[in-house]
Design a protein around this ligand. Structure first.
Ligand SMILES: NC(=O)c1ccc[n+]([C@@H]2O[C@H](COP(=O)([O-])OP(=O)(O)OC[C@H]3O[C@@H](n4cnc5c(N)ncnc54)[C@H](OP(=O)(O)O)[C@@H]3O)[C@@H](O)[C@H]2O)c1
Length: 249
């Protein structure tokens, strides 16, 4: 049965490709981001490729917290409810702490954590009313451990997102509300397009296919793609810090 899926940050990278792959599976889509020209282009592409597919788009800056609630409610009204919300919008800016770039680290912290909190609140408001729904949080393998240098703040936000999700899951266990946390490894997107040599980087299509598979199965937690991120994630989480540090780049 086709579901109605809201995706934030659907204008590029993983969000855009999730929209493509969910549409191909027969789901309807509520897409938002700041770059609405890109959303409109994607809507045309998806409605042409999948004539039965309904796609609605809205502008959203997840740092405008009132707007997050308004846009989520408006999408729920459009479709008569939402089956799944994918909290995906995020930023990858950052600098080592204490090097004069509080601005970059603050932007990442506010967008990735406070923005995700607003999205989770807005989604849960709808799911509580419906008494059902699937909350999907896009974390990162970097959440497995405190990370050095440019990734310190980013990794902390992604650990925060994963904890938010687990807290919600602990509360809704045994109900019709389910929660998934997806921990992607390196997947090609705008966020890393200038980074040249990254070990285990996969194409957007391949990486997102692993994400969509885990999401469709409503897995509680998934490191994707499974190879190498299941074992690397385990090692990052459990090795003593001096050894884990060698895996962190
Ligand atoms: N790619 C990877 O290897 C990787 C690995 C682990 C986790 N992730 C996570 O996956 C998610 C998607 O990232 P990506 O790799 O696809 O990067 P991306 O191509 O840069 O996409 C980021 C998306 O987030 C949206 N966004 C950013 N700031 C926003 C804001 N203030 N309000 C609303 N939307 C905002 C952007 O849309 P607009 O600019 O149009 O608003 C864009 O659609 C992020 O949460 C990221 O942390 C990615």
């Amino acid at each position: 049965m086709g579901k109605t899926i809201l995706i934030t940050g659907a204008s590029s990278g993983l969000g855009e490709e999730m929209a493509r792959q969910f549409a191909a599976l027969g789901h309807d889509l509520a897409l938002c981001a700041r770059r609405t020209d890109r959303l409109e282009r994607l809507k045309k592409e998806l409605e042409t490729a999948h004539p039965g597919c309904r796609v609605e788009c809205r502008a959203l800056d997840v740092n405008d917290h009132d707007a997050v609630f308004e846009v989520f409610r408006a999408f729920a009204d459009d479709f008569g409810g939402l089956d799944r919300v994918v909290v995906n919008a995020g930023l990858g800016k950052g600098a080592p702490l204490g090097t004069g770039r509080f601005d970059a680290n603050r932007d990442t912290a506010v967008t990735n954590f406070v923005g995700a909190l607003a999205q989770t609140e807005a989604a849960m408001e709808i799911f509580r009313r419906q008494e059902r729904g699937h909350l999907v949080m896009i974390s990162s393998v970097s959440a497995m451990r405190g990370m050095p240098k440019t990734v310190t703040t980013y990794a902390a936000t992604k650990a925060g997102v994963a904890h938010l999700a687990e807290g919600v899951r602990a509360e809704v266990l045994g109900t019709q509300i389910t929660v998934s946390v997806i921990y992607p490894g390196y997947i090609r997107s705008e966020m890393n397009e200038r980074v040249k040599h990254v070990p285990f980087m996969v194409s957007t299509e391949k990486g997102v296919s692993a994400m969509v598979d885990a999401i469709e199965k409503e897995k509680a937690s998934a490191r994707v793609p499974a190879w190498p991120w299941v074992p690397v994630g385990f090692a990052l989480r459990h090795l003593p810090l001096p050894l884990a540090r060698r895996l962190m780049g």
